[in-house]
Design a protein around this ligand. Sequence first.
Ligand code: PEP
Ligand code: MG
Length: 759
Amino acid sequence: MLNTLRKIVQEVNAAKDLKAALGIIVLRVREAMKSHVCSVYLLDPESNRFVLMATEGLNKRAIGKVSMAPNEGLVGLVGTREEPLNLEDAANHPRYRYFAETGEERYASFLGAPIIHHRRVMGVLVIQQKESRQFDEGEEAFLVTMSAQLAGVIAHAEATGSIRGLGKQGKGIHEAKFAGVPGSPGAAIGTAVVMLPPADLDVVPDKTIADIDAELALFSSALDSVRADLHALSAKLATQLRPEERALFDVYLMMLDDDAIGNEIMRIIRTGQWAQGALRQVVGDHVKRFELMDDAYLRERASDIKDLGRRLLAYLQEARTQTLSYAENTILVSEELTPGMLGEVPEGKLIGLVSVLGSGNSHVAILARAMGIPTVMGAVDLPYSKVDGIQMIVDGYHGEVFTNPSAELCKQYRAVVEEERELAKGLSALSSLPCETLDGLRMPLWVNTGLLADVVRAQERGAEGVGLYRTEVPFMIRDRFPSEKEQLAIYREQLHAFHPLPVTMRTLDIGGDKALPYFPIKEANPFLGWRGIRITLDHPEIFLVQIRAMLKASVGLNNLRILLPMISGLRELEESLHLIHRAWSEVRDEGFDIAMPPVGVMIEVPAAVYQIRELARQVDFISIGSNDLTQYLLAVDRNNPRVADLYDFLHPSVLQALRLVVDGGHAEGKPVGICGEMAGDPAAAVLLLAMGFDSLSMNATNLPKVKWLLRQISKRMATELLEQLMGMDNPQVIHSTLQLALHNLGLGRMINPAATIQA
Ligand code: PEP
Ligand code: MG
């Protein structure tokens, strides 16, 4: 069964559009279940009716014509109950409805399973049998499994159709909305530029070209390069492989011959398809044929063809990257955005970002916020490889992407962009004013840094210190660990730029989703694994070099503070302090005159919350890392878009944990700050102020907004609001009460200028 399922899903995945996909489903499922009929009904959101979209067994002329409302017929019943329905004698069921055009009177038994994607009913998959009999448990389970697997495939094909004008009902191109999660606030209207993962044939889109001769030449040159590579590889392995093993290379070379794959690809290019699209089609056809074979040896050949395809694609992509042109208003779209990709777009052209994977708490989203680029993460249903060159709107406030937006929607979003521009102008006047509430409470606003660009932006916006300098960022953009001397220069630049303001340098926090290319870590659960302080304590040589570099960099400046990430107990803290003291005495022995800098601990692991008093006693300051603390308290992976809606820093448990830490730190006479992203959320900042935090550290982009909002409220009002919210147990109610309270004070505009858009 598993094999049959796998084959069907594979075939459906390779279908060229929704119609073809549905055709394969009904054909293959009928075959596999040996039923007389298999049909798919899809729910048309416009008419709210289940429409017969494909069938094997019923009259095909009924396709697209027969439909039923959710309260009609057996199909409607399966759709509304969201449960399978297994009937021996369908015609006798009170909900049975007869459609003459389908010819279904001949079929007595009925088994239907709902097709549900992300909690949304998309349609119903039905099989029918002539004789009156109950389908057995195994059959029912198979159909349910099949429809669960197909839901994602159908959703994907449907979305692609709406983008490329192959809509369900054959309708033309129309506006489509894709839900993701907010990555970085703001709105952008622009042209999608898709950055594909290197050499991944499956996601190459179709594209028409004007200059066929140039494309043929491009392909020929890729062919030549791969041929040369294969010859070189074969020669290099001559002494290590037996002749029959080396024969594989001859097979590869033969496949590339003009009479074989090479020729087929050229034929498709001549029809006006670009070389990469032609390559995908031809390789895909061959791979499919081989993969469906029952002979294991022949099935293996599919991977040879895939390998050849990847080699050719790599050369074609390389040639394209050199000529890739970016639109003036580029919205960069990728399956998984990486910090490196952001740097590839020429300065001034990048206005929005969309990532299929990752969530608002992924590090690339944090970077996007620091750069002030509207971003949507986790747009899992967006057929991203098909959107290159089309118009798109990114709504980073609500986490939504619109493809082919209507003129009306563009108008509404243009107004939002304009409003943002006006707000930003108004905010720039604030930079020299203090962050002070109406009743005189001063709240120091600090920045989080990592990139060099952050320094200038932070200074322009009037930051009063650096609450978190992510030292791993300069480590990530190198090809080896930086030496003590190199680190010293980097740190000195930071310390000097902000002097005399304090700069909090966090020791290397790698692991989780922050990998160093030259220090790969492979783990099943990286966020629960070897991360942050756990790595550096296991590698004192890395830790000591870093601390020594920090200390030496602070000579004569004395504005350094050291912060320890991922501390989960006293032992880790004590070992870290011991190493810091060792490094300090070493550099003093070397003749550097440096005072011991303040050392702080990050509270980002739940265990640390409950030992706050003991931890606080040993350090000079506390800083809450609410990004990780939320992830670990709620057991929600901060990178996983499937659970992104469960990740919530206003969850009552998170609020209670924050309060425990503030009170615990203060009871030991230590200042408590926060450097997670929630500090830069203007509405959340009101609550943090009320809790008694001593400083808030955030990205430079949001700093003026937070300052503006805190200057409009009083400590008294913030405290009342906090007390009201702390009494609530439902996160959604907490959010809406907070929004409403700020809205009623006339402060809603700053939080979300796109709040009124109805799409
Ligand atoms: C945090 O976890 O809140 C934090 C500031 O650290 P990072 O986002 O770098 O993990
Ligand atoms: Mg963290």
